[in-house]
Design a binder for this molecule. Structure first.
Ligand code: SF4
Length: 254
């Protein structure tokens, strides 16, 4: 067993990376090869990540009830996005309904001896219901099918149901856990993923299966050639230029 894997904290990012390509997982999480921005082509990609990061910070401030402090650069866009968030999720100052807002909330769970973590953009607890919110600022629209199949959805909903009711000492039915993906760039309503016990059990199995695969180091040199054009290691593996506009944002945590 690789020493790093002995105490590894699994996350949607690491599982997703493994699912894309086991060799990519090895490069990123075991060999810890750093991918640095060092050319002009990467600039636009990094700028879009930076916008996402800034928007996440503004949401964190809003739900923490502290001043937003919107940056002058791109202030029009951020103001428009934040107005949408305020309309979608108005915070009632007296909070009579005792809604709990947990921005940038991180939890951990021990699944069969392995630690797995989830860091949520926002968790809202109200009336024994849990809403998980995720902000997406990428240009590609998230649709229901895509959202439902994301490793992020699987890990986030599973951990929310297992951990949050115990921490807050509340009873939460499976059907009362919802995951919502919201893209402020689009006019649409959030994409809402519903839940039930059967889905929960299937998510348990899928997460466990992924962890067992990751722990099998014999699989670590397996390549997924279909993923190369979306991968930052394309130059390292195949000597080909990285196409930044194709890189998947979801592999990079804000
Ligand atoms: S370039 Fe291809 S083979 Fe190499 S790590 Fe990325 S996806 Fe895997």
């Amino acid at each position: 067993m690789n020493n790093i894997l002995k105490n590894f904290v699994y996350s949607q990012n690491s599982i997703n990376t493994y699912k894309s390509c086991p060799l990519k997982f090895k490069y990123k999480y075991l060999d810890k090869i750093n991918w640095r921005k060092d050319d002009i082509g990467s600039r636009e990609y990094y700028e879009s990540l930076q916008m996402g990061s800034e928007f996440h910070l503004l949401c964190e401030r809003y739900f923490s009830n502290i001043p937003l402090g919107i940056n002058e650069k791109n202030s029009l866009k951020y103001t428009k996005w934040m107005d949408k968030i305020k309309k979608l999720l108005p915070i009632i100052s007296e909070n009579k309904d005792e809604t709990i807002y947990l921005p940038e909330y991180e939890i951990r769970y021990n699944l069969n001896g392995n630690t797995i973590t989830a860091k949520y953009d926002l968790v809202v607890i109200n009336n024994n219901k849990i809403d998980i919110w995720d902000w997406k600022t990428e240009n590609k629209k998230v649709d229901y099918k895509n959202a439902q199949n994301r490793i992020q959805t699987i890990v986030y909903m599973y951990l929310a149901k297992e951990v949050i009711p115990k921490l807050y000492n509340i009873d939460v039915n499976f059907e009362d856990v919802t995951m919502k993906y919201y893209q402020p760039e689009f006019e649409d309503e959030p994409v809402s993923i519903s839940y039930n016990e059967e889905i929960h059990n299937s998510y348990n199995n899928r997460i466990d299966q992924y962890i067992q695969m990751i722990r099998n180091i014999e699989l670590h040199n397996v390549k997924n050639d279909n993923h190369c054009k979306f991968c930052e290691f394309n130059k390292l593996c195949n000597g080909q230029e990285v196409e930044y506009q194709l890189l998947e944002e979801e592999n990079y945590e804000y």
